[in-house]
Design a protein around this ligand. Structure first.
Ligand code: NAD
Length: 291
């Protein structure tokens, strides 16, 4: 099947980033969210990013204008009626995703494919909530979507080979690199990344090092472009905690227990960059370590 128009549910960090990349790639996109302000913020961010791409000469003004014109948006599901692909990118909450999938199945053409951007939930279990498990797949884009080339493709147990190939070719058409991961909690990238971040928080909690020593150690000692605590703040500490909970529950192994300090920060609302405070304080012109 040829993918000509794509619908996205969830205009958060990921949904907005995916919409931007698809529109630049030439695909008409319908972006939906329950929150009107969130939609407005997403469209404003996309417009700013497109402008910046013109300034940096990555896009011509005409290309940027055409990309923006390919994005339509709304609170309802009507825009999905003529889509060949719907990408679910709402909160990492199974009940939320379940209700979205039901609504999508009601409006999408029967042969349309649905994918989920879930980081940690079972693709097979989400597929079972739909009327089309053979046409359901995980497409795990990375954050920021505009910059990172990788997309993990995760088959549910019932995903057909046709669906996998159609989506893989679609991802390749966006100049992204798809890799295949099995349907285990957190797939490949987060299975490795989240326990590393959690371990860095344990190192801080146990006093092995300060925020600066831990981040400097990993940047200069292993050539990571960001330290693990800086990265945790960037991803969002709530997202990191959910990922650790899902790994802990899904793999039933105590080695994945979330660090109590991570739990405390989330309870305090210190969620990282988006909250203005996490392992760093972002209220000034430069981030200042908080421990
Ligand atoms: P986010 O909180 O930035 O955005 C989620 C959006 O979903 C919000 O705009 C919210 O209003 C919307 N939403 C919630 N319920 C909805 C509903 N019923 N219908 C329509 N929209 C609804 O989250 P995010 O970081 O963009 O993550 C989205 C998904 O992508 C999650 O599954 C997450 O695990 C995954 N993911 C996140 C990252 C990351 O680094 N943030 C990376 C890869 C994958």
């Amino acid at each position: 099947m040829e993918i000509r128009k794509v619908g996205i549910v969830g205009a958060g960090q990921m949904g907005a980033g995916i919409a931007e990349v698809l529109a630049i790639g030439g695909y008409p996109v319908y972006l939906a969210d329950v929150d009107e302000q969130q939609l407005e913020r997403a469209l404003a961010t996309i417009a700013e990013n497109l402008e910046r791409s013109v300034e940096k000469q990555r896009l011509t003004p005409a290309e940027a204008k055409a990309a923006r014109a390919r994005i339509s948006s709304g609170l309802g599901y009507e825009g999905f009626r003529d889509c060949q692909l719907a990408i679910e990118a709402a909160f990492e909450d199974e009940a939320v995703k379940r209700s979205i999938l039901k609504k999508l199945c009601d409006v999408l053409p029967t042969d349309a494919i649905i994918t989920t951007n879930t980081s940690t939930l079972s693709v097979t279990r989400l597929a079972a909530q739909t009327d089309r498990p053979p046409r359901f797949l995980g497409t795990h884009f990375m954050n920021p979507v505009q910059k990172l080339e990788l997309v993990e493709l995760i088959r549910g147990i019932a995903t057909s080979e046709d669906t996998f190939r159609t989506v893989r070719d679609f991802i390749l058409s966006l100049n992204k690199t798809p890799i295949s991961a099995e349907d285990f909690p957190a797939f490949i990238v987060h299975r490795i990344l989240m326990p590393m971040i959690n371990e860095a928080i344990y190192a801080l909690y146990e006093g092995v090092g300060s925020v600066i020593s831990i981040d400097t150690a990993m940047k200069l000692g292993t050539h990571h472009p960001m330290g693990p605590l800086e990265l945790a703040d960037f991803i969002g500490l709530d997202t990191c905690l959910i990922a650790m909970h899902n790994l802990h529950e899904g793999l039933a192994d105590t080695k994945y227990r979330p660090c109590p300090l991570l739990v405390k920060y989330v309870e305090a609302g210190w969620l990282g960059r988006k909250a203005g405070r996490g392992f760093y304080d972002y209220s000034g012109s430069e981030p200042v370590p908080t421990r």
